[in-house]
Structures are given as structure tokens and as C-alpha cells.
Design a protein around this ligand. Structure first.
Ligand SMILES: *Cc1c(COP(=O)(O)O)cnc(C)c1O
Length: 387
């Protein structure tokens, strides 16, 4: 979370004054505004990004018997969401941008592949043109995990709006936030209705649930209340300002460092569209990356994505152990419907290209409110580190 203030307090007071905190006008307005900003027909507010991914996947009809291809570099939630539907996550390598590698995705497509879930990790858009070509060729769906990329875009379209459905997170560590929260966006009526049914315990509380075209099934409870709606409506109005300022900081640092010997940046599938939350340095060796991170650490935290815990596939402990559910009967790895699927047992060496790229990358997490002095200090520290 980057910014919050009096406007959020005023909005929450407005909601409290109605003495009606259950899902109502504020949430309805937030969903309408989110759909409008992202450029989709539908949006659904939910209680978290993981829930948003599960609702989107359930909405898309993903379940037992299906494989969903996910990148080896993402928060574990992407793979857990696949398992929550009863499907099997199949891991793919990352490309030089640290997002899912389209060539490796194609190698991993089987007759069981139902979808690919690209992750716009650290605000960097995945190669959506490449994935769309595969989706058309093989008839698979694209569920965008845009949890780290609220408001980012790819070739002029907002992330989340390009695949069949998209999931956002509004937890504390994301671009806009209510501490916890999430959103599902889609242009597809069927995915929307099924996600709605799933998120509201079988459409229990929707006055117009009787008008749904999809048969109602049992779901879970991912609804959010009016304080969330009031707060997030203000956050949404801050989003483009936050992104503009992050991108400006990124641009200033990158241009000040361009041409400096020993400094190179990782490529991007859309450098204008990426959120600017993260500045990606790329080195020839892990040793050089670690040396650079150590040398700038007095000024700014530089971190290697290979060290980012539950964001690296071999640290997804319950997934790696194939404990995919709370008991054997609901563990997708043990379900008879999944017996013929790709049940690869992953370990530390399963995705060597991903390991290599993540070990030679140094990220600096940017702040939209850094002033020119802070930016200059960072630039100087980076120059000194490669001297
Ligand atoms: C944060 C995050 C999620 C999950 O979001 P929650 O709101 O914490 O459930 C999913 N995927 C990625 C890539 C994330 O960074």
C-alpha cells in the first residue's frame, strides 16, 4: 500500500452513517468503477487475491481432470488456486522478464490443459500476445494473475482485461489496498455468473440471483462489506496517480544509469505498461548480482528474486509435497480423475532456466513518493557498486 488519507476516512464515515455495513451500494459502485477503469464488462469484489483466482478459475469451469500451466516464479497462491478447484498445476519456466516463458508453456500443453495462468509478477506484464497465439492454437483459456499489477497495462490494455478473466489482490503489499481484498474481472457472462455464485455461498444474498442464466451450485463465502467498498473506491481514484509516480521514479533512475558500464536492466514485454513498482537489474552471474545487492544495501534494499521465499516454486512446500487438499479425497494429486495428468514431482532443479534468471536478477522495490534527493542517492549508490 502506497497512499491513504482523509479521503478514505470520509468515505468510510459515509458508509458507517448508513448503519448498513453488509454488501450494498458502496460495493456495487466499486465493482462498477473497477470494471470501468480496467475496461471489462464485469467486476466482482472479493475478500482476497487468492479467492479472486479461485473464483475466476471456478468461473471458467476449471476442475478435476484439468491441467493449468503456471510459472515457477509467482506467489504460491497461483498454484494453490488451481488445486483448490481440483485441477493440477503444471509448472513452466520464466523468460528473461521473469514472467511465464511462452515457449516452455507450449512444450507443456497436453490434451488435458484447460488454461494457462500468466502472472504479471512485480508489475511486469507477461507476454500476452504469445500466450494468446497459443490459446487460439490449442483452445485453452488465459486466467491472468494480476495480483501484483493492479492498474498495469500491456500494449494499451489494462492487465486482467486481456485474458478470459483476471484476478487482482488488494492486500497490504499491492498497488492499491484495503489491507486484504481482491477483485475478479471478465468480459465473459458465464465466467462472471459462475464466479458470482461461487463467491456468495451459492448466490445466497444477491437479489437478482434468480435471474442468473447459470445453474446455482454450492460455493463459498468471499463477499466483502461496505467499508471495503467505500475505502477501495477512493483507492481506485488514487491508482493512476500512484502508477504515474512509480513509473516516473523508475524512468529517472533508469535514464540516469543508462550507459553505465556494469549495469543492465532486464527486458520487459511493455516497459510503458509495467507498474513501475520494481526496478529490475540483470547481471551475468549470481556472484555479480549478490555483490551489487550487498553494495547498495546501505542506501536502498536490493533483493534477488531467487531469495523471495514462497514466490519461488521449490519453496511452495505443500504443493511440492503434493498435499493439495485438507484430506486425501479432496487432494487433486490423488483424485482418480487426475490419474493420467502430468503429476510431475517438482524439486529444486525442475526449472533450471528460472533458477538461473532469478539468481542473476536484483530488484529494487520503488516508492512513488521518493523525492529527487532519494533518487539521486540511489543512482549514486548503484554507480559506486559497479565501479
Ligand atoms: C498477493 C498475490 C496473490 C494472492 O493475493 P492475496 O490477496 O494475498 O490472497 C496471488 N498471486 C500473486 C502473484 C500475488 O502476489
Amino acid at each position: 500500500m502506497y497512499r491513504m488519507g482523509q479521503e478514505e476516512l470520509d468515505a468510510m464515515k459515509r458508509a458507517m452513517d448508513t448503519k448498513q455495513l453488509f454488501r450494498g451500494n458502496e460495493i456495487a459502485a466499486f465493482e462498477h468503477e473497477l470494471a470501468e477503469v480496467i475496461g471489462t464488462k464485469h467486476a466482482l469484489a472479493v475478500s482476497g487475491g487468492t479467492g479472486a483466482l479461485i473464483a475466476a478459475m471456478v468461473g471458467a469451469g476449471i476442475g478435476p481432470g484439468d491441467e493449468v500451466i503456471v510459472p515457477g516464479y509467482t506467489f504460491m497462491a497461483t498454484a494453490m488456486a488451481v488445486l483448490a478447484t481440483g485441477a493440477i498445476p503444471v509448472l513452466a519456466e520464466c523468460d528473461e522478464t521473469c514472467t511465464i516463458d511462452v515457449e516452455d508453456v507450449e512444450k507443456k500443453i497436453t490434451k488435458y490443459t484447460k488454461a494457462v495462468a500468466p502472472v504479471h509478477i512485480c508489475g511486469f506484464p507477461a507476454n500476452l500476445d504469445g500466450l494468446k497465439a497459443l490459446a487460439d492454437k490449442y483452445g485453452i483459456l488465459i486466467i491472468e494473475d494480476a495480483c501484483q499489477a493492479d492498474g498495469g497495462s500491456y500494449k494499451g490494455q489494462r492487465l486482467g482485461s486481456i485474458g478470459d478473466a483476471g484476478a487482482f489482490s488488494f492486500n497490504f503489499f499491492k498497488v492499491i489496498s484495503f489491507g486484504e481484498g481482491g477483485g475478479v474481472v471478465t468480459n465473459n457472462d458465464k465466467i462472471y455468473e459462475r464466479a458470482l455464485i461461487y463467491h456468495d455461498g451459492g448466490a445466497a444474498f444477491r437479489p437478482y440471483a434468480g435471474e442468473l442464466h447459470e445453474p446455482v451450485f454450492c460455493g463459498t463465502q468471499l463477499r466483502v462489506g461496505e467499508l471495503f467498498g467505500a475505502f477501495m473506491r477512493v483507492q481506485l481514484t488514487r491508482m493512476d496517480g500512484i502508477l504515474n509516480d512509480l513509473r516516473a521514479v523508475k524512468k529517472l533512475i533508469m535514464s540516469a544509469l543508462s550507459g553505465v558500464e556494469g549495469i543492465a536492466f532486464a527486458p520487459s514485454h511493455d516497459i510503458e505498461g509495467d507498474c513501475g513498482t520494481t526496478l529490475p537489474f540483470r547481471f551475468a552471474t549470481e556472484e555479480k548480482a549478490r555483490d551489487f545487492a550487498a553494495k547498495i544495501s546501505g542506501t536502498v534494499n536490493g533483493w534477488l528474486p531467487i531469495d523471495s521465499g514462497k514466490h519461488v516454486y521449490y519453496n511452495w512446500d505443500p504443493v511440492i509435497a503434493q498435499r493439495g487438499g485438507h484430506c486425501d479425497a479432496v487432494n487433486p494429486y490423488l483424485m482418480p480423475q487426475n490419474a493420467n495428468l502430468n503429476l510431475t514431482k517438482y524439486d529444486k532443479n525442475s526449472l533450471p532456466k528460472t533458477n538461473d534468471i532469478l539468481s542473476r536478477t536484483v530488484y529494487i522495490s520503488l516508492n512513488p513518493d521518493w523525492d529527487i534527493n532519494k533518487i539521486n542517492e540511489i543512482v549514486d549508490a548503484c554507480k559506486a557498486a559497479v565501479k
